[in-house]
Design a protein around this ligand. Structure first.
Ligand code: 2B7
Length: 652
């Protein structure tokens, strides 16, 4: 691959890194938490590439008390020889030369690149210091730092302290060690989040079978260590996602092939649930917006399974083909491809645009699955898949009818449903909110206490239906659910239209007890399954009612958990009294307004879908068949867990 030619001039090189400092967002997206972790992924990616190429099988990540992080692999070790033209070591070039590709070029010679792939030099440019050690018989070492140069009055970024040095120390180890400290002058936060790092390392471990990845958090006493190693790769990933569900066959179907220079791998397993969970990756990077690989996979599955169904007489002459969605009911799948010259598109640049990928993935899917269907040993697998599709197809038409009713096409019906809704007077959707409130008495207080102009109240009587366990047509027969759909105005499933949303904020308000947690989980499941975009675009919130009021004379403080209660007792001081709220229904309208509804003082949690796979697992745990896991979760989190992976706290 032709590399961009640089004059061997150090200054030019350093000016490149300065450009990264001036506009970090161009290279790492943001200087927030995401950008911070991004500079770690750059280094991890290089280690994973070395493993993916078959030269390393261990990657160790360590987080330190001083805010630095390190990555070590047991690969060949970065090259230490001196570059002919540039007269500096390869190590130095790797950390000082801005990768020619970056965001715009297409020379992603490495597979784990993609949107990442801006290179280790970006990590160096945005670090206070960076140290590298290479183990190749001897230990080689080099350090870089960023500092403010008093003489020139400018920042110097990622400058070598000295050329690469052979320390003279002998070692039996092979590989590369890189440690760096993110620069607080660049990032809004410099604290790596253990859960964020662990989640991504687990994902990488699933996607790179057999590679042992460890994460050690030395900021904790004693240190915390996690190890991720999956010899089954994406087959283990699918099993992990299906924990708590009833699989229709086991192990998952697994296909791996190369076509037109593209490595294509997928694993799939159907369960008795009614949902489709396909997660796709390109060069180890999640593609939640899908793209050509997903389209090829889906059309391949539809084609090959329809052919099989017809040949094996599941479909008779006159029967129409199954629809793709029939085959995907209850399907959990991981699709992982590796290729060069990736083109990402879409709103968040996580959609694969390369058109050549679609026919390649489709062909591999058809050919490989066809082979599997011909093997008698797999008869039960494909029998289960086709029977599942038959069930799905059967209710498809019934659902169509029910959908129309729920969309409010039949006017009379929808007015009746909307009867319970105390709507707001403003017609400006962007300023309006709807509170879905547990129970009639809390609903009554909310109606009296609200801001009538912008806040609508929808009281829920009893528990709405658990959307995880029912098919669409049954879900839509449930009155509570239909009321919600009519009120929001968006429609559901493939008919969902965000533009028609009647309220900017959809706020779930339930008690801080187990029943409340259950109702909240049921509603979230429904939104997640049938109005995913509503969640993705950040319109769904959880209202947080306080558990206690600590007060005396003219002082009032609210506490949302026991820890906070202690703090608030101290704040109010001697002579305080405590009121414990057993439920929303116990608060009078004024209290409900003050504590939970007033935009100036309330606490809301925004439901996010940053990590769709994790949200999926959680929803399954909450709503699926594994009763024990659900009970454990709900009793641990009866009081809503602010640390939940798909929640973020917002003050609104
Ligand atoms: C694209 C650049 C960055 N590189 C090599 C060889 C091995 C190697 C690396 C690495 C991160 C933290 C510990 C190739 C590739 C540079 O060229 S980078 N190992 N590990 C790494 O960065 N880990 C290599 C051919 C022959 N010998 C070594």
């Amino acid at each position: 691959m032709a590399k961009k030619t640089y004059s061997a001039d150090d200054i030019t090189v350093l000016e490149g890194l300065e450009a990264v400092r001036v506009r970090p967002g161009m290279y790492i997206g943001s200087t927030g938490e995401k950008g911070l972790h991004h500079i770690l992924w750059e280094i991890v990616d290089n280690a994973i590439d070395e493993a993916a190429n078959g030269f390393a099988d261990k990657v160790d990540v360590v987080l330190y008390k001083d805010g630095s992080a390190s990555v070590e692999d047991n690969g060949r070790g970065m090259p230490v020889d001196i570059h002919k033209d540039k007269k500096v070591s390869a190590v130095e070039l790797i950390f000082t030369q801005l990768h020619a590709g970056g965001k715009f070029g297409n020379d992603n010679y490495n597979y784990s690149g993609g949107l990442h792939g801006v290179g280790a030099s970006v990590t160096n440019a945005l670090s206070e210091w960076l140290k590298v050690q290479v183990y190749r018989g001897n230990v080689y070492q080099m350090e870089f730092s960023s500092y403010f140069d008093e003489k020139t009055g400018k920042m110097v970024s990622g400058a070598p302290k000295a050329p690469l040095a052979d320390t003279g120390m002998k070692t039996k180890k092979k590989g590369t060690f890189v440690q760096f400290k993110p620069d607080a002058r660049v990032f809004d936060t410099t604290v790596f989040k253990f859960d964020v790092v662990a989640k991504r390392l687990r994902e990488i471990a699933f996607l790179n079978k057999g590679v042992c990845i460890t994460l050690t958090d030395k900021r904790e006493e004693p240190e915390v260590k996690k190890t991720f190693k999956y010899d089954g790769g994406i087959v283990d990933f699918v099993k992990y996602l299906n924990e708590g569900k009833n699989a229709l066959f086991d192990p998952p179907v697994y296909v791996s092939a190369e076509r037109d220079g593209i490595l294509i791998e997928f694993a799939m397993q159907h369960t008795d649930s009614y949902v489709e969970s396909i997660f796709s990756f390109v060069n180890n990077i999640p593609t939640p917006e899908g793209g050509m690989h997903e389209i090829g996979f889906k059309s391949g599955i539809t084609k090959v399974l329809n052919d099989f169904a017809r040949n094996a007489n599941y479909l008779k002459d006159k029967d129409p083909n199954f629809m793709g969605e029939d085959f995907r009911e209850g399907m959990t799948a991981i699709l992982s491809i590796k290729m060069k010259n990736v083109q990402f598109e879409g709103q968040t640049k996580t959609k694969l645009g390369n058109p050549e990928v679609r026919p390649a993935v489709e062909a591999v899917t058809v050919e490989e699955i066809e082979l599997l269907t011909k093997n008698k040993k797999n008869a039960d697998i494909f029998d289960a898949i086709i029977k599942k599709a038959q069930g799905a197809a059967k209710v498809r038409n019934a659902a169509k009818h029910a959908k129309e009713i729920a969309r409010g096409k039949k006017e009379a019906d929808s007015t009746k449903l909307i009867g319970k809704l105390a709507n707001c007077s403003s017609k400006k959707a962007e300023l309006n909110e709807i509170f879905i409130v547990e129970g009639d008495s809390a609903g009554g207080s909310a109606k009296q206490g609200r801001d009538r102009q912008h806040q609508a109240i929808l009281p829920l009587r009893g528990k709405p239906l658990n959307a995880e366990k029912k098919r669409l047509d049954e879900v839509l027969k449930n009155e509570e659910i239909r009321t919600i759909i009519s009120a929001l105005g968006t429609g559901i499933g493939s008919d969902f239209t965000l533009k028609s949303l009647n309220y900017d904020k959809v706020i779930i308000l339930s008690d801080a007890d187990q029943d409340g947690a259950h109702i909240r989980a049921i509603l979230l499941t429904f939104f997640f399954r049938y109005m995913k975009e509503l969640v993705q675009t950040g319109h769904v919130y959880i209202g947080m009612p306080p558990l206690y009021k600590v007060y005396k004379k003219d002082m009032e403080e609210y506490a949302y958990d026991d820890g906070e209660l202690e703090a608030k007792k101290a704040k109010v001081g001697r002579g305080y009294q405590i009121q414990r709220y057993k439920g929303l229904g116990e608060m009078n309208p004024e209290q409900l307004w003050d504590t939970t509804m007033n935009p100036k003082t309330r606490l809301l949690m925004q439901v996010t879908l940053e990590d769709a796979a994790e949200a999926e697992r959680l929803i399954t745990t909450l709503m699926g068949d594994a009763i024990d896991a659900r009970k454990a979760y709900i009793s641990e989190n009866a009081q809503f867990n602010k640390e939940d992976s798909f929640m973020k706290e917002v003050k609104l």
